[in-house]
Every structure is written in structure tokens, then in C-alpha cells.
Design a protein around this ligand. Structure first.
Ligand code: DOR
Length: 439
């Protein structure tokens, strides 16, 4: 029998209940059973104690966009390693993209991911199904079958749904199944051969650019199709000032759209590519300070609903090559909170907004179908993240649980660190300095 666990004396921040105060949480049989303010003592005394003094205690983070690579690319990541990396990053629910091999465009592939996650994962894995068969953009996938298999959204991520006809059909289906269509917005005709953001730096480096317009064009088209169909559109990894403007105006008109932004697009500019750093090669590309400011403004005025990692692990060999040959992607789970906290330290985002964008807001997009997530409400599954907002640490990719060491933040100092992660009442990650007292 697992003993109840008292998470004692932390600053509890739960935007879903507008809670922000020091107190303690009791976890019993995997559920949140009690929340006490200040020094209040729990109703029962026979429990283990996790000392949370000086730490933030919030709902486990919910990530609507990551790549776990299994099946097919197990050399880059597996469900076992990816979910452990997620736990180290404070994520207790992660939605994995279907650009695997085979892609998640049929029930069997989805069932495979779900069964691997159940047997080898340490956090909740919710698969995303393909929009089109084989992610080829030619023919709609079996949307009804995939919905029945339990996918939480549809996406051809890595590729846009370039055919407006397919996108229209997908958005029509999204209404029937009440599941979002997550589009990777890139006009690939315009970006062919593109390696980084198009601008002065790409010119100086002699690399072909991916212009902002390539993103804006597909965002504008998708919004028009969402208006036409009344479907549920979710914009993946928003990066441009233009896209933020378009989404803001669409929301004003009542179009059903939600949008995400990644930690790297919020904190790093295209300058990271200088020196042909393949670990800064990502799609959409790192943009400019002006885009970053628009993205932050978008988060603050709720044009952008959530932060999602787009954790995209690759092997060292994949990235140890000429820039043009390297795959796009940044390994993001384990640095997400540390890099995002820079926005809080710089007073560009409040701590409560940041936590909302990682917990309650993504949970709202998922709805209640998978249990009530992103909350510390009594009776819900105990998914809890503890972090130290001020602890400074140096990113050491050798310590990553992820197989993907591909981050431009390697060797850098971040301020803010996940200290413990609890999933369904079980401690799935803890640093040594957080003390667990077993009774
Ligand atoms: O950088 C990226 N990597 N962008 C994507 O859209 C796909 C992803 C991947 O799968 O590696």
C-alpha cells in the first residue's frame, strides 16, 4: 500500500482555481485529497512528507506538442526515454506527434503507442493522429477510426496540410469529433530549401531562408477555412508577428482558433544560427527580437493560448553535419521551464501566467475527455510539479534523460529548475536536495 504523501509548505499556484498561496497538499491513493493553507495540518497524520519549502507547487505541466519518435526512430528517442525527459521537465501529460514510422494514421499504430506508453512510460501520453494518410497531404486519414482509437488531435506536423481541400475536410471532421486540427503552418512552396529565418543573417551565412510570409500565408488560409467550416483550428508553434496579428483578429471575429508558442521561439533569436550551429536549426526557424516581442504580447493578451515544447530529439550524428543536411529540431523538455523563467525574471510574463500557459490553458484545449488535467482540484489525479524559480544551473546534456542532446542551450546557465514531478500520486522525478521523509 502506498502511503499518503504530504507536499508540505510550498507556494501553491493553481490558475485553474485562482490559488496562489503558501500551503500543503495531501495526495491519497493517487488523488489530491486535501489542500491546506498556511501551516494547516492535514486530516490524517500517517503519511510520507515531501518538503516543498521555498518551492512552487503547481499542476503537472501539459504539453500539447512533442515528438517521441517511437515507432520507427528509436535511435532518436523512445517512449521510455521521452517520458522520463518529460518528467524531468515537470510535464505529466504529453501529446505526441504522429510523424513516426509508420505514421500514426491508423488504429494499430495508435494502439501501439498507447500500449508502449502504458508499459514503459512514466507520464501520461496522449497520441495525435495524422490528418492525411501517410502524412502525404493527398488523402484524408481515417479520422473516425483514429478518433475511436483515442487520438487527442490531428496533425501532419513537420508538414503543413498544404491542400486547402484536405484542410477543409479535416476542419469539418473536427466539429463532428470535437478534436482540434493542429496545423504546421508553412507554405512549403515558398520555403523549399530553406534552412533558417530569411533575413540579413541568412544572407550573410549564405543559407536559404524561410520567410515569415510562409507562415503568415498558411495561418491566414487556415483561419479562413476555420471560419468557413466552424471547425476547431489549433496553430502549432507560432513564430511570426504577422501570425500573431492574424490570430488576434480572428479571435475578435469569433473564429474557433487556439495557438501555441514554444520556449525556444520565445527566448532565442536567429542569431543562434551564426557559426552554423545545427542545434539551433528548427522549423519554424528562430526569428527576430521583433517577433519575440509580438509572441510575448500575444501570450499576455491571450491571443496565444499555450506554451508547447515541440520537443524534437535527434541523434548527435544527425546534427553533426553540414548545416543544410541537418534535420530540424530542438530537444526541449528538460530546458523548457529554465528558459521560460527568464521571461518571468525579466518581468515580461508573470509567474501565474506562465504556469497557466503550461497547465490549465492546454488542459482546456484537451477538454475533460482524458480526466480533469492541469489542476490541483480535490478529487483529481495527483499530477504535481515542484520547481525552484531562482535556482541557477548549467545545462549538461549528458544528464538529460532524453536521447536528444540537440539543444543550443548546452553549457548555458538557466535560472529556474524543476525539483520534483508527481504523476498520478507517484514520485516520478526528484532532485536529491528535495527531501522525502517516509513515515
Ligand atoms: O523542428 C522541427 N522538428 N519542426 C517540425 O515541425 C518537426 C520536428 C521534428 O519532427 O523533428
Amino acid at each position: 500500500m502506498i502511503k499518503p504523501l504530504l507536499i508540505k509548505g510550498g507556494r501553491i499556484i493553481d490558475p485553474s482555481q485562482q490559488i496562489d498561496e503558501v500551503g500543503s497538499l495531501l495526495v491519497t491513493k493517487g488523488k489530491i485529497s486535501w489542500l491546506g493553507k498556511g501551516e494547516a495540518a492535514p486530516p490524517q497524520s500517517d503519511h510520507d512528507v515531501l518538503n516543498a519549502r521555498g518551492l512552487m507547487v503547481c499542476p503537472g505541466f501539459v504539453d500539447l506538442h512533442c515528438h517521441l519518435r517511437q515507432p520507427g526512430f528509436e535511435e532518436k528517442e523512445t517512449i521510455a526515454t521521452g517520458t522520463r525527459a518529460a518528467a524531468r521537465g515537470g510535464f505529466t501529460t504529453i501529446c505526441c506527434m504522429p510523424n513516426t514510422n509508420p505514421p500514426l494514421d491508423n488504429q494499430t499504430a495508435v494502439e501501439y503507442v498507447k500500449s508502449k506508453a502504458a508499459s514503459e512510460g512514466v507520464v501520461r501520453v496522449l497520441p495525435i493522429g495524422c490528418i492525411s494518410k501517410g502524412r502525404k497531404g493527398k488523402e484524408l486519414a481515417e479520422i473516425g477510426d483514429l478518433a475511436a482509437a483515442g487520438v487527442v488531435a490531428f496533425s501532419d506536423d513537420g508538414e503543413p496540410a498544404l491542400s486547402s481541400y484536405i484542410m477543409r475536410q479535416a476542419l469539418d471532421y473536427s466539429r463532428a469529433f470535437d478534436l482540434p486540427i493542429t496545423d504546421h503552418c508553412e507554405d512549403t512552396v515558398l520555403t523549399e530549401g530553406g534552412q533558417m529565418n530569411e533575413g540579413i543573417i541568412s544572407t550573410k551565412l549564405g543559407l536559404r531562408g524561410l520567410p515569415n510570409a510562409a507562415e503568415d500565408i498558411i495561418v491566414a488560409r487556415d483561419l479562413a477555412l476555420a471560419q468557413l467550416t466552424g471547425g476547431r483550428l489549433h496553430i502549432a508553434h507560432t513564430t511570426t508577428e504577422g501570425a500573431v496579428d492574424l490570430i488576434r483578429r480572428a479571435k475578435e471575429k469569433g473564429i474557433r482558433v487556439t495557438a501555441e508558442v514554444t520556449p525556444h521561439h520565445l527566448t532565442l533569436t536567429e542569431e543562434r544560427v551564426i557559426g552554423y550551429n545545427t542545434n539551433a536549426k528548427v522549423n519554424p526557424p528562430l526569428r527576430t527580437e521583433q517577433d519575440i516581442q509580438a509572441l510575448i504580447q500575444g501570450l499576455n493578451d491571450n491571443t496565444i493560448d499555450i506554451i508547447a515544447t515541440d520537443h524534437a530529439p535527434h541523434t548527435e550524428a544527425d546534427k553533426l553535419c553540414e548545416f543544410a543536411l541537418a534535420p530540424f529540431g530542438i530537444s526541449g523538455f528538460e530546458t523548457a521551464l529554465g528558459s521560460l523563467m527568464s521571461l518571468v525574471h525579466d518581468e515580461q510574463l508573470t509567474l501565474v501566467t506562465l504556469i497557466a500557459k503550461l497547465t490549465h490553458e492546454p488542459a482546456k484545449i484537451l477538454g475533460n475527455k482524458y480526466g480533469r488535467l492541469g489542476t490541483l482540484a480535490i478529487g483529481t489525479e495527483a499530477d504535481v510539479t515542484l520547481f525552484d524559480p531562482a535556482l541557477e544551473w548549467v545545462v549538461d546534456t549528458r544528464a538529460f534523460a532524453s536521447k536528444g542532446k540537440n539543444t543550443p542551450l548546452a553549457g548555458e546557465r538557466l535560472k529556474g529548475k524543476v525539483m520534483a514531478t508527481i504523476y498520478q500520486g507517484k514520485l516520478v522525478y526528484k532532485v536529491d536536495s528535495v527531501k522525502l521523509k517516509e513515515s
